[in-house]
Write a protein that binds this ligand. Structure first.
Ligand code: TRP
Length: 330
């Protein structure tokens, strides 16, 4: 039986944090370790240029994503791990796909509208084409499964529409891609509101923060007097969620009990929690350091990943062009 192809991508904006790890990367690792799946995971740097970005930092930020991936446990022996811009077939396929996508449809996507609000002076064709490129990422590998958050559903829907249109018009065999939410743990923001996010200042702990940094970040997490009948939502209950993830449910229950009785001393709680997070992340941090000191190895993984990816993507592209009527051999 042939394996189920999986694709997912991470934009090269900032380092991976705990929310990315528990919310996405752990799921990627589970799929990579399951022999029913063939996985392709990329740092999607071409998507980065759809909004204002720093050209002096793009390459570094892109490679940092790959190193974070590898440090967290993505295994180049089991999955293809590489950088999107090294597989130019994505961009060519995206252009072909853009011929079956209407401008009006793209303008109405919630993600497009959000970005227009954020960057009103940068409403570019690249931004409008963001979902088309994403469809090309996925369909270049005929991936039927994409692990991604709910916010990506409109893009996956566009991917399915493109696949259907292409199959109807040209007889291609693109799959109807499904988004899957891998079993993940919700990681709250340190600010006490919403989930941990790259774009919210002070909300996250990065996978490679040292102990001092973790302490500093926890220090700004809002608390209360430490005593009462019920744990309030927000900062305190978020802290206890962290306790549960990194120190276990029993420790959390003990704190809940303290809250109703003698009270919680947050200084102690935060110090203990910082140690627990630090220890939990130790293997990732050590692997990351090893990779940082072995750039040639990282470059080799990226290059080999790109070669494997290109073999598949080039075949899809060639087949698509022939079916669309371009000059060339069948
Ligand atoms: N749009 C995704 C995000 O913002 C990133 C992405 C690009 C992606 N191409 C993809 C995700 C293909 C899944 C599959 O997170």
């Amino acid at each position: 039986m042939s394996k189920i192809r999986v694709f997912s991508g991470t934009r090269a904006t900032g380092r991976l944090h705990l929310g990315n790890y528990f919310g996405a990367v752990k799921g990627y690792i589970d799929l990579q370790n399951d022999s029913n799946y063939d996985c392709v995971y990329m740092a999607v740097d071409v998507h980065t240029i759809t909004t204002p970005y720093d050209q002096h930092n793009l390459a570094t930020a892109t490679k940092a994503i790959i190193m974070d991936y590898l440090a967290a446990g993505l295994d180049p022996e089991k999955a293809i791990v590489t950088i999107q811009s090294l597989v130019p077939e994505h961009v060519e396929l995206a252009f072909l796909f853009s011929s079956v996508v209407s401008v009006a449809k793209m303008q109405h996507l919630p993600t497009f509208k959000d970005k227009v609000k954020q960057h009103p002076d940068n409403v570019t064709l690249a931004l409008l084409n963001y979902p088309t490129l994403m469809a090309a990422d996925i369909l270049a590998y005929k991936a039927s499964v994409v692990p991604a958050g709910l916010d990506q559903e409109p893009h996956i829907e566009v991917t399915r529409e493109i696949a259907r249109r292409m199959n109807d018009l040209y007889g291609t065999d693109f799959p109807e891609t499904k988004r899957i939410a891998t079993p993940t743990q919700y990681v709250p923001s340190l600010t006490g509101e919403g989930k941990m996010s790259k774009s919210v200042e002070g909300s996250s702990i990065s996978l490679t923060d040292d102990l001092a940094m973790i302490k500093k970040r926890l220090a700004s997490c809002p608390t209360d007097s430490g005593n009462g009948q019920e744990i309030p939502k927000g900062g305190v209950s978020n802290l206890l969620t962290f306790v549960e993830i990194f120190e276990g449910i029993e420790r959390k229950k003990a704190y809940e009990n303290d809250y109703k009785n003698q009270g919680i001393r947050y200084g102690d709680l935060k110090a203990e929690l910082a140690e627990a997070i630090f220890n939990y992340l130790s293997p990732i941090r050590e692997k990351r350091l090893e990779l940082e000191n072995n750039q040639d190895y990282v470059d080799k993984i990226i290059k080999e990943g790109a070669e494997k990816a290109r073999t598949i993507a080039a075949a899809t592209l060639a087949e698509t062009k022939i079916k669309m009527g371009f000059y060339g051999k069948n």
